[in-house]
Write a protein that binds this ligand. Structure first.
Ligand SMILES: C[S@@+](CC[C@H](N)C(=O)[O-])C[C@H]1O[C@@H](n2cnc3c(N)ncnc32)[C@H](O)[C@@H]1O
Length: 270
């Protein structure tokens, strides 16, 4: 590959571009500047991914091998669809043999091999519709769901943590034995009861922070690997909403990895 010119990145576009002062609010201008200068946004365009979020999943997968060999995948909070793109590719899903189901209450452009449901995951029909779409137990449940921001950070965090919890209980209910669960969470935000439930049901539970996750945000991912499976007749666990926030869980930070943060929706234009 030819080298990009000095002062540009691999797309040949200059980094450090400023957005002219005009009608935009200062905060919107700052967001736009950061977005157009973000190397992951530009890489997503170059590599044909719908969002920079693709690189979070790819990095986590490279290190923790959660997608390897997966035949069926469910993607919660999927729009605009970069994780579903990766999932369809990994599973070899096609429109004739759909192995990936994606859900988001936002509209998402169709993707080959992906059954897209435009629906709130908290809708009581969502679990059944997702499972009906892929015709068998998923090997991986992914959740990048982030609650729409209200401007009140604590409320936003609590709502996203609730989505993480509902996703975790769903994963335990539907995963194939040996399967994996990955969900967006926040630093210090995962409740002890949820971690305990995951530890009882998976062989390994860790928090991960991929490099593509922005330095300045508190976003992290909860990764639960190797689902132990359900005993015949065993009822799935139910949430019981404790408020403890103690994290008695392996954390990559304790093993010398570099960490940073990210709690926003990350979108690159398609
Ligand atoms: C960070 S974005 C996901 C990006 C996606 N992983 C990708 O790679 O393109 C989070 C998404 O979660 C969705 N979301 C949040 N709450 C949801 C809910 N209750 N049901 C369905 N989708 C939800 C939002 O609409 C948003 O599109």
């Amino acid at each position: 590959m030819t080298k990009p010119p000095v002062g540009t990145n691999r797309t040949g576009r200059k980094l450090g571009q400023k957005v002219k002062k005009g009608k935009l609010k200062a905060s919107s201008r700052r967001w736009l500047e950061r977005h157009i200068n973000d190397p992951y946004v530009q890489r997503a365009k170059l590599e044909g991914y719908r969002a920079r979020a693709a690189f979070k999943l790819l990095e986590i997968d490279e290190k923790h091998e959660l997608l390897k060999g997966a035949r069926r995948i469910i993607d919660l909070g999927a729009a605009p669809g970069s994780w579903s793109q990766i999932a369809a590719n990994i599973t070899g899903s096609t429109d004739d043999d759909i192995r990936v189901a994606a859900i988001d209450f936002l509209d998402m452009a169709p993707l080959a091999g992906v059954k897209v449901l435009q629906l709130d995951f908290l809708d009581p029909d969502a679990p059944r519709l997702l499972m009906d779409s892929i015709g068998g137990a998923p090997n991986v449940v992914l959740s990048d769901m982030a609650a729409p921001t209200t401007g009140h950070q604590k409320t936003d965090h609590l709502r996203t943590m609730h989505l993480c919890e509902v996703a975790a209980y769903f994963a335990v209910e539907v995963l194939a034995e040996g399967g994996h669960f990955l969900a967006k969470t926040f630093q210090g935000g995962t409740e002890r009861d949820l971690l305990n439930m995951l530890k009882q049901n998976f062989r390994q539970v860790i928090h991960v922070k991929p490099g593509a996750s922005r330095q300045e945000s508190v976003e992290m991912f909860l990764l639960a690997k190797h689902f132990k499976g359900r005993k015949p007749g065993e009822l799935p666990p139910q949430p019981d909403h404790a408020s403890e926030q103690d994290l008695n869980v392996d954390d990559e930070r304790n093993h010398g990895d570099s960490w940073d943060n990210d709690d926003e929706r990350d979108r690159s234009s398609p």
